[in-house]
Design a protein around this ligand. Structure first.
Ligand SMILES: [Zn+2]
Length: 246
């Protein structure tokens, strides 16, 4: 049955000399593979349908092969190019990190609508000047629950107390109070920063508020996320290496 679907292009691969296969994040079907014939030929309308970080509407046919979950694009139209965002390679790098997280971390289709809406809103926000670095941190925080490794963020992860919360611990998987803190672990997130992390963790991705935060406040959050993902995600983010050299 033909399928008419809007999606965000995450990644593209060459297939032969002229064709491409793209990974597309959709609201209803999660990440799907789409074969785009003649996408590499210059001046074809289809070449726009294989550019990562583009939102497009695809008219698709399922594969004739029953064992293949690949779709064939017989036509399509770009909904949003995100040209402002793509002018800045740092912005692009932050979004490539989000894309890698979707491809490696979103195994369960039940989250596809949520992740699709989030990525779409973040692309729209970045296109209108919202800080991509901050968006990438919020995205990484939000993906923790999607991957199934959400930290304990409302009370001490060990004793469940709410008094004297000292830090957000990688080792102990969430907030820890002064009594439960193990000194072998360095403090990345100190007490004054905890309300900010919690606010970002709980932010409404459908309605992003204006936030002014110094980069030096965000750096420890990034370090925490790097360490937390390393400890629990079960995969490595290749784009991180590039971002760390920015
Ligand atoms: Zn405790």
């Amino acid at each position: 049955m033909a399928l008419d679907v809007e999606g965000i292009i995450l990644k593209s691969f060459n297939y032969g000399e002229h064709h491409k296969i793209v990974k597309v994040l959709t609201e209803q079907k999660g990440v799907i593979g789409v074969f785009v014939q003649n996408a590499n030929k210059v001046n074809t309308k289809k070449s726009a349908l294989v550019q990562p970080l583009t939102c497009a509407r695809f008219n698709l046919n399922p594969s004739h092969n029953a064992n293949s979950d690949l779709y064939y694009a017989y036509s399509g139209e770009v909904v949003e190019y995100y040209l402002n965002l793509k002018l800045d390679y740092e912005n692009v790098a932050y979004f490539y990190c989000m894309i890698e997280l979707v491809l490696k971390g979103m195994e369960d289709e039940q989250f596809s609508a949520y992740v699709y809406r989030m990525l779409k809103n973040f692309l729209d926000a970045a296109e209108n000047g919202y800080c991509s670095y901050l968006l990438s941190l919020i995205f990484q925080l939000k993906m923790l629950a999607v991957i199934g490794i959400a930290p304990v963020i409302d009370h001490c992860a060990v004793c469940k107390g709410t008094e004297n919360i000292l830090t957000l611990s990688v080792r102990q998987g969430g907030l820890v109070c002064a009594n439960c803190y193990q000194q072998v672990e360095p403090i990345l997130i100190d007490a004054p920063l905890i309300p900010i992390v919690r606010a970002l963790y709980k932010i409404d991705v459908e309605d992003l508020p204006e936030i002014e935060l110094e980069e030096e406040l965000l750096k420890p959050i990034e370090q925490f996320l790097d360490a937390y993902y390393d400890a629990y995600a079960g995969f490595k983010l290749q784009t991180k290496k590039f971002i760390n050299n920015l």
